[in-house]
Unconditional design. Structure first.
Ligand SMILES: [Zn+2]
Length: 306
């Protein structure tokens, strides 16, 4: 992942999406260099250093949210290919996988597990293993991802505690890691996921998205965007889910094959009407998000890097 946050003069982290492209007054959270907002069409939007890139950013060793941007669970290309093949041949049909087909790497990554109820025993996909192959439903995706988010938060907090205790040189680096991570969590927790059905003069489309404002406000912009491409546009809000910003990118991964780009607009989908109902129930099966005390604390967070 690329650097997506810069620090303003008050020490607050600002996301690339909330800033115009080009020179900024923001600084790198790690080395305080001036940042330039790169918002082109090809690469993911990110901040670049005005001068030389510092090591934490260059080596991309700053913390990112687990299962948020990338869904390959750190599998190598070869392992991923094997997993996809196993899904097509066995997982999809619910057939047990014989041990001869299961590599050590896949077991270590916990994407497959032994099922002793089958004799002779075989292997099956874990919920985690269904994520790279786009097969895990949205509700269970939340159940897999949420504990990982908290586990990583605890790890980063511990690293700060250790560094504080021993007064080590990397204390400021560890502290930046923690603030950067909490800021990313705050962003997804304060986002509302929405799903729209759009009737145009050329057929029906769907759109997934997140907003930190009201969905109605966002719909006005969506309509304006679409009227550049269609003569008639009627938008219906099929659903909105508070605090579920974590799901948007997994949704895009899961329903990739139905993606329908319109010019530079990329969050549109073309489903047939039967499948659209399936997608809607996938979303509706997610229980309303109940915030834990840690999450409430993160949402109320005003910690700065001053
Ligand atoms: Zn830097």
């Amino acid at each position: 992942m690329w650097l997506q946050y810069g620090v303003d003069k008050d020490g607050t982290l600002v996301c690339i999406e909330n800033i115009a492209r080009g020179k900024t007054t923001l600084k790198c959270p790690y080395c305080s260099s001036h940042l330039i907002a790169k918002k082109g069409k090809l690469k993911e939007h990110h901040f670049a250093h005005h001068g030389e890139t510092c090591l934490p950013v260059k080596s991309r060793q700053f913390p990112v949210i687990p299962l948020y941007e990338s869904f390959n669970i750190h599998l190598s290309g070869k392992d991923l290919e094997q997993l996809q093949l196993l899904w097509k041949e066995y997982g999809l049909k619910n057939y047990p996988i014989s041990s001869g087909l299961v590599s050590h790497n896949l077991l270590k990554a916990e994407v497959l597990k032994k099922n002793v109820q089958i004799v002779p025993f075989g292997y099956e996909f874990t919920d985690l293993g269904k994520i790279p192959v786009q097969a895990l439903d949205l509700m269970r995706f939340n159940e897999v991802q949420e504990p990982l988010l908290l586990k990583k938060l605890l790890k980063l907090e511990l690293a700060v505690d250790h560094a504080t205790h021993r007064n080590t040189l990397d204390l400021s680096h560890r502290f930046t890691d923690l603030i950067l991570y909490r800021t990313q969590l705050k962003r997804i927790l304060s986002s509302t996921l929405y799903f729209l059905q759009i009737q145009t003069n050329q057929g029906t489309l769907h759109k997934i998205g997140v907003t930190q404002r009201s969905v109605e406000e966002r719909v006005i912009e969506v309509e304006r965007d679409l009227l550049k491409h269609y003569q008639n546009v009627t938008i219906q809000i099929l659903g909105s889910w508070q605090h579920r910003g974590n799901v948007e990118k997994y949704f895009k991964h899961r329903y990739q094959e139905f993606n329908y780009p319109i010019g530079s607009l990329t969050e549109y989908y073309k489903f047939n009407s039967k499948y659209a109902n399936h997608v809607l129930s996938d979303l509706q099966n997610m229980r309303p998000k109940v915030l834990s005390s840690i999450e409430l604390d993160i949402l109320a967070d005003h910690t700065s890097l001053g």
